[in-house]
Write a protein that binds this ligand. Structure first.
Ligand code: NDP
Length: 245
């Protein structure tokens, strides 16, 4: 049987990197995308050294042209796109009164537009193949809001709405599945995007006694969803650390 192909955004660190390693280990061919080429190169080598198949393309998800080029290159290299993991994201939390307009824009561009551009880039191929699976990474912040998370939560609520809309629009016979993944706290570089010192301090205080998840924990949830038989569509998974409120 031909090995399935997974295109993963935000593969240069955290959940995306762990997902690439996990899926490659399970026999998927992986196309890695992010902006930091050194990280992608290193990850590709690690996967190949372990007997897997991987390629990468430097991609900024906020550019639809770059996302289309990524999908095209995936087809050229591997002949198909079975899975898209729309994972790239940023989380510069702050209070609205701080008016960090650049950070609002960045969250909307990466977390919402990036997801839409990913869907737009792969759908024509999946429709032609009459099969595909789009996995969008939302968050528990896509289920609730806390002070400072208004914009980030807004983007993650949007990811859930977009994914549910996509699910409903896919007609019977197209065989295109959708999954929303909502992680709780995962120990990654995501908090590096927080520039507001008070928020960062509050955030660290809130999670100080929580044993955070690792990227691998979320990668396994993604693998569970995409390894189901074709007639099973796992629509949403929430994964929290056991000690998170
Ligand atoms: P990381 O910061 O470790 O990873 C974020 C990834 O997004 C990086 O690979 C980064 O790559 C990529 N990225 C950011 N901006 C762009 C861009 N413009 N174009 C392409 N890639 C971009 O964080 P996580 O692994 O934690 O985050 C992954 C996803 O999980 C995000 O959507 C996040 O919101 C979500 N999430 C994370 C949680 C957590 O607690 N960590 C909880 C819930 C959800 P590069 O900089 O090289 O481009």
């Amino acid at each position: 049987m031909t090995k399935k192909v997974a295109m993963i955004t935000g593969a240069s660190s955290g959940i995306g990197q762990a997902t690439a390693l996990e899926l490659a280990k399970r026999g998927f061919r992986v196309m890695l995308a992010a902006r930091r080429e050194d990280r992608l190169k290193q990850l590709r080598s690690e996967i190949i050294d372990n007997g897997g198949e991987a390629s990468y393309r430097v991609t900024d998800v906020t550019s639809f042209d770059e996302m289309e080029a990524l999908a095209k290159e995936t087809i050229e290299q591997f002949g198909q796109i079975d899975i898209l993991v729309n994972n790239a994201g940023v989380m510069p939390l702050s209070f609205l009164s701080k008016r960090k307009v650049d950070e609002w824009d960045r969250m909307v561009d990466v977390n919402i537009k990036g997801v839409l551009y990913g869907i737009g880039a792969v759908l024509p191929y999946m429709e032609e193949q009459k099969s595909g699976h789009i996995v969008n990474i939302s968050s528990i912040a896509g289920h609730g809001v806390v002070p400072g998370s208004s914009v980030y939560s807004g983007t993650k609520f949007a990811v859930r709405a977009i994914t549910e809309g996509l699910r409903q629009e896919m007609k019977a016979g197209q065989n295109i599945r959708t999954t929303i993944i909502c992680p709780g706290a995962v120990g990654t570089e995501l908090t590096h995007t927080i520039t507001d010192k008070d928020i960062l301090r509050n955030f660290q205080e809130r999670y100080k006694d929580v044993q955070t998840l690792q990227g691998e924990d979320i990668a396994k949830a993604i693998a569970y969803a995409i390894e189901q038989p074709d007639h099973v569509d796992v629509n949403e998974i929430i994964v929290r650390p056991t000690t998170q409120f």
